[in-house]
Ligand binder design. Structure first.
Ligand code: EPU
Length: 429
């Protein structure tokens, strides 16, 4: 078991370059199987979620070859085994995107119920509703989600009861190969949905309206492999922006799309940070105290739930009381107990956290409870006086490429240490 040992009290400064978007690439890798052919994907982040999805592809019969560190060639000519096993699916939520893609290509799929971060119940009813509406029969048996198209995959009008990133992506993946028109209403609008639609269109699909709440998909018979560059990771960028603001630092965050960062930028400015936008980079610095604020997470373009733990970490040292409302997940405050070990004063009542700023955090042993919680603990550890040991860092490395090197380049003081196994790691979620 590895841990991070962080020496806090450092002001982060310098430049950091953001990698490709995790939540886009985890949809685009499964999408490659919609064509029989070769795709080349660039700006692929070096994270464990990507390695696992590529392993799933090879188990299905595809061939995968890294041309360089961030460019992967995927040949999906031969897909012989439309199955994703529990062994791999338990690691990440996005493994279920193979359902939509396999339904589109093979008219059948068998994917183990996926893992992913624990934020309370994570239903998949909207995915199933969408697949059934397109003509697939879906059942869950012994932990496997099995789908089969008995007659034909046919376009349909689907209204999602909740705004769901996963359901929008999954149903879009199947619909691109259905006969006729599919209309997805109340669709999610995140940048990675637009990125997936752009990739699908480059492969010969006909998807319109991605980025709005109505997406129209005209099904096509044939798709082909494509060359594509993944967009920069909005959440990785936001994490470095908040880390800069939290440590009274001065960081230029490069390779970002400033438009995607607007909700985070606005909140940082509200807390007294200085944020300057350039064409494809953003500079964040702070010289004055952290002002408290009010935040409610919402689907895009609202403040992203995936930035909620990181900004809460920063607000633990604000000069007053902040109120954070989680508007997407039922239970995304599990990490608060870990921040409390560092001296944070946070009261949680259901989906609302009240953060009373304290003058000082002090280092302590803590545990990452999920990916973004891990990022929040890193930020808090940089702010704290003394040493913090962060356990279960595999959560962080699921979604942040070269996280240690990137923060070391900004002046952070930390290292990876081997810790004796005191217990078996729970499934990497
Ligand atoms: N929901 C349903 N039924 C469904 C699907 C979702 O009720 O069939 C509900 C969920 O319970 C939740 C809400 O809808 O309350 C939104 O869930 P959504 O489906 O949008 O989330 P997701 O697709 O499972 C993705 C990201 C998450 C991010 C959320 C929200 C990926 C791989 N994951 O999850 O990212 O928090 O959207 O933006 O894209 C992360 O990167 O750390 C992460 C957790």
């Amino acid at each position: 078991m590895e841990k991070f040992l962080v020496e806090g009290g450092v002001r982060l400064a310098g430049e950091v370059t953001i990698g490709g978007a995790k939540n886009a690439v985890v949809a685009i890798i499964p999408a490659t199987i919609l064509a029989k052919g070769r795709s080349i994907i660039e700006n692929v982040p070096n994270i464990s979620d990507v390695s696992i999805l590529l392993k799933m592809l090879t188990e299905m019969g595809a061939s995968v070859n890294f041309i360089n560190k961030t460019t992967v060639e995927i040949d999906t000519t031969h897909i012989t085994n439309p199955v994703v096993s529990y062994e791999l699916a338990r690691h990440l939520r996005a493994s279920y995107y193979f359902l939509g893609a396999l339904i589109g290509r093979c008219h059948k799929a068998s994917v183990s119920m996926p893992g992913g971060c624990h934020f309370g119940v994570r239903p998949i009813d909207q995915h199933i509703k969408g697949f059934e509406s397109l003509g697939a029969e879906v059942n869950i048996d012994h932990g496997m989600i099995n789908a089969k198209v008995r007659e034909s995959l046919t376009g349909s009008h689907i209204y999602f009861d909740v705004v769901s990133v996963g359901a929008t992506i999954n149903v879009m993946l199947a619909a691109v190969r259905a006969k006729g028109l599919t209309v997805l209403e109340n669709a999610a609008k995140e940048p990675h949905i637009v990125d997936l639609a752009n990739f699908l269109n480059t492969m010969g699909a006909d998807v319109r309206g991605a980025g709005t709440d109505v997406i129209k998909v005209h099904g096509v018979d044939i798709m082909h492999g494509a060359n594509y560059t993944i967009i920069p990771d909005q959440i990785e960028a936001g994490t470095y922006m908040i880390a800069a603001a939290a440590t009274f630092g001065d960081v230029l965050v490069k390779n970002v799309i400033p438009k995607h960062m607007e909700s985070v930028t606005n909140k940082l400015i509200k807390t007294g940070a200085f944020v300057t936008e350039f064409d494809d980079s953003i500079r964040v610095c702070r010289s004055d105290k952290i002002e408290p604020t009010t935040i409610k997470t919402m689907p895009h373009p609202g403040f992203p739930t995936d930035m909620q733990p990181q900004i809460t970490a920063m607000l633990t040292m604000a000069g007053g009381t902040s109120v954070i409302t989680e508007g997407v997940w039922d239970n995304r405050f599990r990490y608060v107990d870990e921040l409390a070990r560092l001296g944070a004063n946070i009261q949680v009542d259901g989906k609302v956290a009240v953060v009373q700023g304290v003058p000082l955090l002090t280092g302590a042993p803590v545990k990452a409870t999920d990916l973004r919680a891990g990022a929040a603990l890193l930020i808090a550890a940089f702010m704290a006086k003394g040493a913090t040991e962060i356990e279960d860092i595999y959560h962080i490395e699921r979604g942040y490429e070269n996280v240690m090197d990137k923060f070391l380049n900004l002046g952070a003081a930390f290292k990876r240490i081997e810790a004796p196994d005191t217990e078996l790691p729970a499934a990497a979620l």
